[in-house]
Design a protein around this ligand. Structure first.
Ligand code: FES
Length: 572
């Protein structure tokens, strides 16, 4: 049922006839708008995560104008609200430290301004979960506008993929297999258009998850940023949000348990990033949906990997888009999806994917030629990870999925960087590399250090993969037998803090186990002797983060932000 103009939230700013609304209207007039612009029109907040230091969002100034065009066309009043950009390539120590800050900013931007609905503009890794978490807690209708992937990179005849080829060619440079000149040419060719990383990294994974959740227009997540179709999708998103406000189509109608199951299924079928586990748990928490780690493992076991995209596969996002995009992929999986889930365009997921066709079945594989019969991720537990950890099985070496070896422990990233290439490092290919001090509190912010480099002396002998274990995260563009997100983390006193060089560690992915083979009495002695790392910061955002961030298995949200937002207070 369509709402009346007087029922709009913004009516309390612009429609009342009192002293305060006089101020709101006069100040709108100061900006060049008059009563025709704001009277009886839904006010749409366009949350723009553009910045001069976010190369993935360089097109967002244009896209914001295109969203506004759509809002005006549909009878709304667009207002652009800048939000923290969370630039993956530039922000230190990690954008993950600030995901919750963006979530808080998005929620409060919407709460404090005269806004009836929102278009969220994001794509670079943490911007998707950050914006969605905040807007979900606020509870106003919103559409998510994905930034779109960049075009393929190029070095001579080689097609380059974000992240993955950086690690690959860095290792080749370390062993002298490519020259400084080659390395400089790769630097100039690996990122050559607007848009987010074009491999199936965290950005592509999370924008696809947003589409599967029903938060974007159908097909939006794979449109390359540089395509004209991306601009048209921005306009269409602007048009749609105005109708959503009139329909009062709120996130709680879209973000149901069924929608999150669809998102997890999508991540598995894409061979998506391990980061999706942390983010989806946090997003579900904001929607009041319980999404335990074991749900990911259960979905993984029944979902084949169909997207042949790097790093699990061979192609890039522009190829995936031309092959039919996410709608075509989901149409292959319809028996595994909750097709009745509602989406922001007013149709169900089933209606949105009906009739979608695959144009290249090497890129979007049929079920009988899946890249892997099971999903990309596995959740492990055991004495080394009592609350769980994650491994990307499709990026791991099959012969290492069952492996027992002696630990080689690095206490933190500085220790790792200082010793990993030392000639006298006591390591061989059976060693299990362990990095601690890299979790939500220890990092801080759980940086993407989980793809520990292979020691140079082993690289030179042709070793390209080893078992690596940490409480860190790993870039979605990374690969290797890397066990991640170990919970509890070492800085919180998890068993990872007690491992010593030479301890045997047993990894058994088929049995979903990760165990430290040290007798209980010896572990108890080590625990008595353990002292927590240096105290967290005493002031500022760092102090807030250290005190309130939850562990990886709980999504690393702040403990005081989980659950739906409180009822809105009276607006005066
Ligand atoms: Fe922005 Fe990869 S750096 S998505």
């Amino acid at each position: 049922m369509r709402r009346a103009p007087e029922e709009l939230r913004s009516h309390r700013w612009f429609g009342a006839r009192d002293l305060r609304s006089f101020g709101h209207r006069s100040r709108a007039q100061q900006m060049g708008f008059d009563a025709q612009d704001y009277t009886g029109r839904p006010v749409i907040g366009v949350l723009n995560t553009w910045s001069d230091l976010n190369p993935c969002h360089t097109h967002f100034r244009d896209r914001a104008e295109e969203v506004k065009r759509g809002v005006w066309q549909a009878g709304g009043f667009p207002v652009e609200l800048p939000a923290m950009s969370l630039s993956e390539p530039f922000q230190k120590p990690t954008t993950m430290l600030y995901r919750n800050m963006l979530a808080m900013e998005a929620e409060e931007l919407l709460r404090s301004h005269p806004v009836d609905g929102a278009v969220l503009m994001g794509g670079c890794d943490k911007t998707t979960p950050g914006l969605v978490m905040g807007a979900t807690s606020m509870g106003l209708p919103f559409v998510f506008l994905p930034a779109g992937p960049m075009l393929p990179g190029r070095w001579g005849s080689e097609v380059l993929g974000s992240g993955s080829d950086t690690w690959k060619y860095w290792d080749r440079k370390r062993t002298g297999a490519i020259s400084e000149e080659d390395w400089n040419a790769i630097e100039g060719g690996i990122a050559r258009s607007p848009g987010h990383c074009m491999t199936m990294g965290t950005a592509s994974t999370m924008t696809a998850a947003a589409e599967a959740l029903g938060l974007t227009l159908p097909g939006a997540s794979s449109v390359p940023a540089a395509f004209s179709g991306h601009a048209r999708m921005a306009v269409a998103s602007g048009r749609r949000i105005v109708d959503m406000v009139w329909e009062d189509l709120r996130p709680e109608q879209v973000l149901t348990s069924a929608a999150f199951t669809n998102a997890v299924t999508t991540v598995m079928a894409l061979g998506g990033s391990t980061n999706a586990v942390v983010h989806l748990v946090a997003m579900a928490g904001r929607a009041g949906v319980d999404l335990p780690l074991d749900a990911f493992d259960a979905v993984a076991r029944r979902t084949p990997v169909l997207a042949n995209i790097r790093p699990s596969g061979a192609y890039l996002m522009a190829d995936f888009h031309d092959a039919g995009g996410l709608r075509a992929l989901l149409a292959q999986l319809s028996d595994l999806l909750e097709l009745d889930a509602h989406t922001v365009n007013g149709a169900t997921l089933g209606e949105n994917i009906a009739g979608a066709t695959v144009h290249d079945d090497d890129i979007i594989r049929p079920r009988d030629r899946a890249l892997s019969p099971e999903g990309a991720l596995a959740v492990l537990r055991g004495s080394l990870a009592p609350n769980g950890c994650v491994i990307k099985t499709t990026a791991a070496s099959p012969h290492l999925l069952k492996h027992t070896g002696p630990a080689l422990v690095f206490d933190d990233y500085d220790d790792l960087a200082a010793r990993i290439d030392a000639d006298d490092l006591d390591v061989d290919e059976n060693s299990v590399l362990v990095l601690r001090g890299a979790g939500p509190i220890g990092g801080p912010g759980m940086p993407e250090w989980g793809q520990l480099p292979i020691p140079k002396k082993l690289l030179q002998r042709g070793v390209t993969d080893m078992v690596r274990i940490s409480d860190a995260r790993m870039s979605g563009t990374s690969y290797g037998t890397c066990v991640l997100h170990v919970a509890p983390e070492s800085a919180a006193g998890g068993p990872l803090a007690l491992v010593r060089d030479g301890d045997l560690i047993e990894l058994d992915v088929p049995e979903r186990r990760l165990d430290l083979q040290v007798p209980a009495d010896e572990l108890a002695r080590r625990r008595d002797a353990w002292r927590p790392p240096a105290p967290p910061p005493a002031r500022g955002y760092g102090a807030l983060f250290a005190r309130h961030v939850t562990q990886a298995d709980k999504g690393c949200d702040f403990d005081f932000l989980a659950g739906a937002g409180a009822p809105e207070p009276a607006i005066h």
